[in-house]
Design a protein around this ligand. Sequence first.
Ligand code: F6P
Length: 411
Amino acid sequence: MSLSTPLRLRRPLVVVMVGLPARGKTYIARKLAGYLSWLGYSAQVFNVGNYRRDRFGAQVPASFFDPSNSEGVESRRQAAIAALQDMVGWLRGEGQIGIYDATNSTHERRKLVREQCEAAGAAVMFVETICDDADIVESNIRQTKLSAPDYAGVDPDAAVADFRSRIAHYERAYEPIDEPDVTMVKLLEVDHQVLVQRLSGYLEGRIAHFVMNLHITPRPNWLTRHGESTANVAHVVGTDMPLTSRGAQYADALKTFLDAQAVPDVSIWTSTLQRSIQTADKLTRPTQPLKVLDEIDAGICDGMSYAQIEEQMPGEFARRKANKLGYRYPRGESYEDVIGRLDPVIIELERQQTPVLVVGHQAILRALYGYLTGRPRSEVPHLEIPMHTVMALTPRAYGCEEVRHFLGPEV
Ligand code: F6P
């Protein structure tokens, strides 16, 4: 098996989102697809709203969503079926995990979706989001819906009022999941409760664990490589060498940067390697050294320069060049291994309510950056992670905002 092919699954899986509008379903669906793709599955979101907009236009009146408007009901049903058919077709081909993003708010609709997916040989898992806090819903509407095509050019307050009446229509028809025989994760936001039912298997458990740790409180994640080390100067991979004087200067600049952010509460994570610890020591704040953040293990090549590897082990050099994602250093690691070991770090990053500063290494930060910015997994080993630069990444409802701060000195 090539190491870069998607992970195997016994049968495809469909994650069916359930919930009233503005409950964070699309956010969860997109984050989940990104996470699963980063792990190596072939995962894709099928958003029924996009099918509705394509077929019937983005700007329909709220009455379109009235359950007693038979024309509206039929139109929405058509959009739902079209998305479902596309997803099932994709699962019969290369697809592994389809995420069906719609309200799926009635027993009847869920039964239909489940039957079609199961007929295609897929397992089905529901993820329901429930939130009755008017302030949270209002903030979700303002963060996500006002920038949607449905409200392009519409006055924000009028748009919020219209969206509220759309929600009211859905509320009249909404049936929370109470089917006893389905696999389900129910996220009760106000009560901070998670209910799980009939979870079986590793992947379903992992998905449940991921979605229950998501939240949309905006906070930056700061990623930086350690300051320049003597290994960087010698162009050798791996090892555990100390900072150079330029590296120490960067550590000072990083302290000035962090102090200027005026965030009292920041978690600082380092690896267990000297260059990372020395960089963070200068910050004079509590830090957490984590073995899982150690640089990619170059195995028998640790301590060699790229030129030496090419000369002394041309086969290894060529194999890495041909498939940098899947290539595993003899007695060391591949990028795929690195991604696998960083899985718990991703869950921790998602869980945090306050900013996190990771003082890491090139390969590690490529993997974390790739996840946070939603870059395809195949690009991860080639991402540019410059020295002496802080990458500030703030997750937003639709994507991730990025600002790079070069702090110097030049290396
Ligand atoms: O060169 C610095 C370094 O962190 C090495 O320790 C590590 O092996 C390398 O970068 C990872 O980058 P690449 O995968 O491009 O070799």
